[in-house]
Design a protein around this ligand. Structure first.
Ligand code: GTP
Length: 593
């Protein structure tokens, strides 16, 4: 145990976590980098530059003629996955805190750091990208000293590009990170911090042994789920899985036990022996609940079963995705999918498109609501159209987040306006350094789901970083806004919005839909209604002339091209009553000006 060090890397997105991790793996000759980066293995992850799912890798490192085993536990880099980050952190004794020398401390740096400090991790601060011409190592050093109260000498300057600082980082890992604690003789207690889907081996559980020993062939139990398995194989993760006879206290590795469904392996669960179980589960377990929901419908109704099969496959390696059949008058049969957040939703949408070639319509996302009726019954609602009749409702509660935004003082004005506009309440402001501030807001999650990230980015010209955690459910005065096309309500366009801005919101929805719904052979009335009351109306005028008329019948190939283009456009259209509605219209609400 004396020669094991378990650590993770915490950093804001794009501060160079993956690049630096690669340098550590190269230096310890765990891998030889040829091209690309090793830790993010899904195509999508690489393109987005975001580590979606955490994994772990073991390195061997010799220092002072002693051999050490260093386990790097990778953490997902996005707010939607903060619970998974917290479990990875709980499996470590130390963390590299990486800060980009050109960007300084950002929102995620702070929130991840707090998590690490809560778990008593030894923090090794690293200023990365010092090779860049616009690096400001002195300023960033001051920020870090202010943030964690360390000695400036404790901060390592490094570059993932040139490899500078890498030997110092490895040395610091050995010298500064504590040896894992635990009792080899105690009953087995291993923390599950992740799982990997493997098409041959099923679901592979990744864990860190806090106490005791797990051997190949052991009968084990997952405490939270109560499920029992045989550990058919245990081992450590290097470039490949390397089977071992056992995993002992302090070690990080994998268990293969013939699990077929990712939902059985809950991050944060405890593995113990069936015969000699541990007394307590490891603390901090949470059931991750999806917070953002949207309808996903096949464009072609015949694809319904294919869509189900695709979602089932996605769920094999993404246990946080949930789905249930639902039907919509407007869109037919589809599924209500639950996501951890907006980014998670985008990832699922993209994977359906790329990996499964599914043409789907996704409806406007909404959050989960708690609805209390007059009898005092409570019901969780995942879809505005599933709301009971207004007269039955006593009150509705919606999830609020605690959001942290770091920005320079130049943008404080517009950011305040945006957050207040989104029903945010300012909780506090703290100076990070010089002219940079951290603003803490309480904001309804429902407001973040709709058109927040893009606005924040544009008003701050990209110089604001954002991070959040779900805080609590709170009562809000919400109204259901319905959209009618030629008098027919379109359930997929219903939204829940705060009473105070429901009318304005209805008006903007109608205006936006007017732009998005193409002209057809007849006038189309677009109306917004709250209950029986129409609050806004727009009209799409009928088409006057033949679209191909402008070709004057002259150039036949141009005419054909135009018709083909129209046909392609139709693919993403849905017939509602007698009106053709494009996919974009279902997401209109996301892009209201
Ligand atoms: P996420 O996984 O999205 O959180 O990103 P990350 O923190 O892993 O960042 P990544 O390693 O992908 O690096 C982000 C960008 O910065 C990439 O374009 C890297 O090539 C670049 N980069 C990383 N480290 C350095 C460095 O030390 N110097 C320079 N010049 N560029 C770097």
């Amino acid at each position: 145990m004396d020669h094991i060090r378990n650590f993770c890397i915490i950093a804001h997105i794009d501060h160079g976590k993956s690049t630096l991790a690669d340098r550590l793996l190269e230096y310890t000759q765990t891998i030889k980098i040829t091209e690309g980066q090793m830790l993010d293995d899904m195509e999508l992850e690489r393109e987005r530059g975001i580590t979606i799912k955490s994994h772990a890798i073991q390195m061997e490192y010799t220092f002072d003629k002693e051999k050490y085993v260093l386990n790097l536990i990778d953490t997902p880099g996005h707010v939607d996955f903060s619970y998974e980050v917290s479990r990875s952190i709980a499996a470590c004794e130390g963390a590299l805190l990486i800060v980009d020398a050109t960007q300084g401390v950002q929102a995620q740096t702070i929130s991840n750091l707090y998590m690490a400090i809560d778990h008593n991790l030894e923090i090794i601060p690293v200023i990365n990208k010092i090779d860049m011409p616009n690096a400001m190592p002195e300023e960033v050093e001051d920020e870090i000293v202010d943030l964690i109260g360390c000695d400036p000498e404790d901060i390592i300057r490094a570059s993932g590009k040139t490899g500078e600082g890498v030997p110092e980082i490895l040395e610091a890992i050995v010298k500064r990170i504590p040896v894992p604690k635990g009792d080899v003789k105690a009953p087995l207690q291993a923390l599950i911090f992740d799982s990997i889907f493997n098409s041959f081996r099923g679901i592979i559980t990744l864990c860190k042994v806090d106490n005791g020993v797990i051997k190949k062939g052991d009968k084990v139990k997952f405490v939270q789920t109560g499920m029992e398995y045989t550990a058919d194989e245990v081992g450590v993760l290097k470039m490949d899985m390397v089977p071992t006879k056992q995993l002992s206290t302090g070690e990080v590795g994998y268990i293969i036990s013939g699990i077929k469904n990712a939902t059985e392996v809950k991050v944060g669960d405890t593995v113990t022996h069936i015969d000699t179980p541990c007394k307590h589960a490891i603390e901090g377990f949470q059931e991750v609940k999806p917070m953002v929901f949207a309808g996903v419908y096949p464009i072609d109704p015949n694809d319904y079963e294919n869509l189900r099969a695709s979602l089932e496959k996605l769920q094999l390696n993404d246990a946080s995705l949930t789905f249930q059949p639902e039907s919509s008058q407007a869109l037919g049969f589809g599924f209500r999918c639950g996501f951890l957040g907006l980014l998670h939703m985008e990832i699922v949408q993209e994977r359906l498109d790329r990996e499964f070639n599914m043409d789907v319509i996704t409806t406007v996302p909404n959050v989960s609501y708690m609805v209390y009726d007059k009898q005092g019954n409570e019901k969780e609602v995942h879809n505005p159209s599933g709301l009971p009749d207004q007269t039955m409702i006593d009150h509705i509660e919606e999830p609020f987040i605690k959001a942290s935004i770091i920005t320079s003082s130049d943008y404080i004005g517009p950011i305040m306006t945006l957050c207040l506009d989104k029903r945010g309440e300012l909780v506090s402001q703290n100076y990070v350094s010089g002219n940079r501030l951290e603003l803490i807001f309480m904001i309804p999650l429902g407001e973040i789901v709709i058109d927040f990230y893009d606005k924040l980015k544009s008003i701050s010209k990209g110089y604001a970083s954002f991070d959040y955690h779900i805080d609590s459910f709170r009562p809000s005065k919400l109204a259901k806004l319905d959209i009618l096309l030629n008098g027919e309500p379109v359930d997929a366009l219903s939204t829940l919005t705060h009473e105070s801005n429901a009318v304005t919101f209805g008006r903007r929805m109608c205006e936006k839909l007017k732009d998005l719904i193409p002209r057809q052979q007849f006038d189309i009335a677009i109306q917004a209604a709250i209950g029986a009351k129409i609050v806004a109306r727009e009209t799409v005028k009928q088409v006057r002339k033949d679209v191909t008329a402008k070709c004057y019948g002259g150039d036949i190939s141009r005419k054909r091209k135009l018709l083909e283009k129209q046909k392609k456009g139709k693919k993403r259209m849905k017939q509602i009553g007698n009106v053709q509605v494009p996919q974009k219209a279902f997401l209109a609400v996301l892009k209201l000006d």
